[in-house]
Design a protein around this ligand. Structure first.
Ligand SMILES: C[S@@+](CC[C@H](N)C(=O)[O-])C[C@H]1O[C@@H](n2cnc3c(N)ncnc32)[C@H](O)[C@@H]1O
Length: 279
């Protein structure tokens, strides 16, 4: 296929940064995430990855892949009980989670901004169980697109998205999911306040790219506050990164476990929404 030149800036461009890291990890011996499609996507894109983001470093590329793995594991755990659930991936970028967790029965809905939705449709293979919706996650009409008449269950993932939204928008998304998806779960990652402050000041860079402002931040000790978004949030659970590879993997795990030090990798949280069915 002819290589595609992505015309992205601002937050959408950050999907190329996460893809670059995942592809770098996928090319290692014994990768922590089985993601050959990430390498293929990189080859199909006409984009100066190294000029823009620098050469991926061993810490961030593995940590990025472990974050994706952590999301995959949460989705797979839910699918173990509800194999025909719908997975809604808000801000899915060029993630390949659908193919990594596909059990042949789930349905997948990606919600992405128009320019990224077009890229996904151009670069990723179609499936009759995969839909890409063009629109903003903050326009909650994507909730109307979830076809779940028989209560097969819904998992919402928001990998790498919520930190770029405004706090009121994050709250609205969480409240709407809690109200409309009883029995469902939502998995999110969040950046600590200190790191986010640097991005708002415009001083945090990755290679030549200035990281866009992360307007919503949360320190891990604040997790319980998420319940305040809606009474339907019945469980708030910290998810730990899975074990990584070698000494670097250990370093990633340890710094992720220590709240005071956890500035380099996001904290991952799973929310569960109460089931309205009478017991
Ligand atoms: C850091 S990237 C993460 C992409 C992907 N989830 C991953 O982990 O590789 C942030 C993504 O959020 C998407 N995004 C930003 N604002 C959005 C919005 N309002 N609605 C939907 N997607 C949005 C961007 O287009 C981009 O793909």
């Amino acid at each position: 296929m002819a290589r595609v030149r992505p015309m992205l800036d601002g937050v959408p461009e950050t999907l190329l940064w996460t893809l670059h890291n995942r592809a770098f990890e996928a090319g290692r011996r014994y990768p922590v995430l089985d993601d050959p499609m990430a390498l293929q996507l990189l080859a199909n894109l006409d984009y100066p990855f190294e000029e823009r983001f620098g050469v991926p470093n061993a810490f961030h590329s593995q940590a990025q892949a472990l974050r994706s793995r952590c999301f995959d594991l949460a989705v797979q755990e839910y699918l173990a009980d509800r194999p025909e659930a719908t997975v809604v991936a808000l801000g899915d970028g060029l993630e390949t989670g659908f193919w990594r967790v596909d059990n042949g029965r789930l349905n997948w809905l990606s919600v992405e901004l128009p320019e990224v939705a077009t890229l996904r449709r151009t670069l990723l293979p179609p499936s009759d169980r995969l839909r890409t919706l063009s629109g903003s996650a903050t326009d909650l009409s994507w909730l109307d697109e979830i076809e779940d008449p028989e209560g097969r269950g819904v998992v919402v993932t928001t990998q790498g998205l919520l930190m770029y939204l405004r706090p009121a928008e994050v709250r609205e998304i969480l409240a709407a999911c809690a109200a409309r998806l009883p029995g469902g779960i939502l998995v999110l990652d969040s950046m600590g306040r200190r790191l986010a402050r640097g991005t708002v000041a415009g001083t945090s860079k990755v290679g030549a790219m200035t990281i866009p402002p992360m307007r919503w931040a949360m320190d891990p000790g604040e997790r319980e506050k998420l319940r305040g978004a809606h009474p339907g949030i019945t469980e708030v659970r910290a998810l730990r990164l899975p074990r990584g590879r070698g000494a670097m993997g250990e370093l990633i795990r340890i710094q992720n476990l220590l709240p005071g030090v956890r500035t380099l990798t996001p904290a991952i949280t799973q929310l569960r929404f109460g089931d309205r069915t009478p017991h």
